[in-house]
Design a protein around this ligand. Structure first.
Ligand code: FE2
Length: 385
């Protein structure tokens, strides 16, 4: 297995970085615009083990949209569907299919976050807005990022309610067990040809992020559907946004397939962390989550050598990892275990990654070959290779 060597950790820049003008406390929520939020909520509860959390709709006085909020440990997802053809949300759904609209970031001061980013060139999506109810108030603001995707800054230090003003607690008699998903490790955006560096610059200049890791198309070998990727991180390392761009290869880039079907740039995958990937993946599989095909025998026979090279010892049973199709990658600092779902929409667009970090801070570059081969097998079936 050929490993990608030339990995550029920009950590010293992160730690010695200039004053952080956009301090981020974490991911607040991810909002999807979907065709039928009620049914999507059932899928995320049943398949992924999310819990019922909050709701707004006709019963709460929301005449235009229904939103279901689901939670699992620190992860909150919001599923929103418009209630009439007049809503502008329909344009998003018609163009992109179900997909991520909002990547919301938890901040201490949403007004200042908006001022600092818009004065550095961000296009405003939402001016600082105060929303109130009997539990206090929340301030939200927002800016546009790639495609039709936006970042909303959420200031909730003066709020005690369940989610946001306008939402009520969602009580349900149907509460499938959690699958052990804990928090969002990273979230990846796909952008168009020659646009990666533009968006890298956007995250650097407008949001104060740094380029933490880079992979170019020579590293991501041309035998396989090619891409380039740069990982952007905020100052405290809590938020990581890799940005992918397609590259010319012998076959059609998986990123180009995404751009064709999403009809533009957008969120490609959400990586969620677990402390026990074996248990998490076994549960997800038993509940019908579909994963990319299991790599061949040679992949797993090469794993002990890959770990030894960095003097790491695998705590998990390799036969169990193999049976579940979990991938293993190692770097100087440790190893990581990861697996990728098939797209969770009808269009081959958004998918999930499940990741367990055992010291490694990378993104599984050593698995790109096995991963791309599995994606290509799916592209072949879809007639998009
Ligand atoms: Fe990832």
């Amino acid at each position: 297995m050929k490993e990608i060597k030339n990995v550029n950790y920009g950590l010293e820049k992160i730690f010695k970085g200039a004053k952080d003008f956009l301090p981020l406390l974490g991911t607040d929520y991810i909002e999807f615009y979907v065709g039928n939020a009620k049914q999507a909520a059932y899928y995320y509860k049943s398949a992924f083990g999310f819990q019922s959390y909050a709701y707004k709709g006709l019963e709460t006085g929301s005449r235009e949209v229904t939103s279901y909020v689901l939670k699992q440990d620190k992860i909150r997802i919001v599923l929103t569907t418009p209630l009439s053809s007049k809503s502008s949300i329909n344009n998003h759904i018609v163009k992109h299919g179900d997909g991520v609209k909002v990547i919301a970031l938890w901040v201490d001061d949403a007004t200042r976050s908006w001022q600092e980013t818009t004065k550095r060139g961000a296009k405003s999506y939402m001016q600082p807005t105060v929303e109130k109810d009997e539990f206090g108030f929340v301030v939200r603001s927002g800016i546009h990022t790639y495609g039709d995707t936006v970042h909303v800054f959420v200031e909730r230090k003066n709020y005690d309610g369940v989610f946001l003003p306008g939402f009520i607690k969602w009580e349900s008699d149907y509460n499938p067990e959690s699958t052990g998903l804990k928090y969002i490790d990273h979230m990846v955006g796909n952008v168009g040809w020659n646009e990666m560096n533009k968006w890298v610059k956007f995250y650097e200049d407008v949001m104060g992020f740094v380029n933490f890791l880079s992979f170019d198309d020579k590293q991501i070998t041309t035998e396989y559907s090619a891409l380039m990727s740069k990982v952007m991180s905020n100052g405290n390392g809590r938020i990581k946004f890799p940005i992918n761009e397609p590259a010319e290869g012998k076959k059609k880039s998986q990123i180009e397939e995404y751009l064709d079907f999403y009809e533009g740039p957008g969120a490609q995958h959400i990586a969620v962390a677990t402390d026990d990937i074996i248990n998490t993946v076994a549960m997800l599989r038993s509940r019908g989550v579909e994963f990319l095909s299991i790599p061949p025998e040679e992949y797993y026979s090469a794993v002990p050598l890959r770990l030894e090279k960095h003097n790491h010892k695998l705590n998990e049973d390799i036969d169990t990892l193999k049976k579940l199709g979990i991938l293993i990658d190692a770097d100087e600092e440790g190893y990581l275990l990861q697996i990728f779902t098939k797209p969770v929409e009808d269009r081959p667009t958004l998918f999930f990654e499940i990741i367990q970090r055992m010291g490694a801070r990378g993104f599984g570059a050593g698995n790109f070959k096995a991963l791309f081969e599995a994606i290509e097998r799916e592209q072949l079936k879809r007639g998009t290779l």
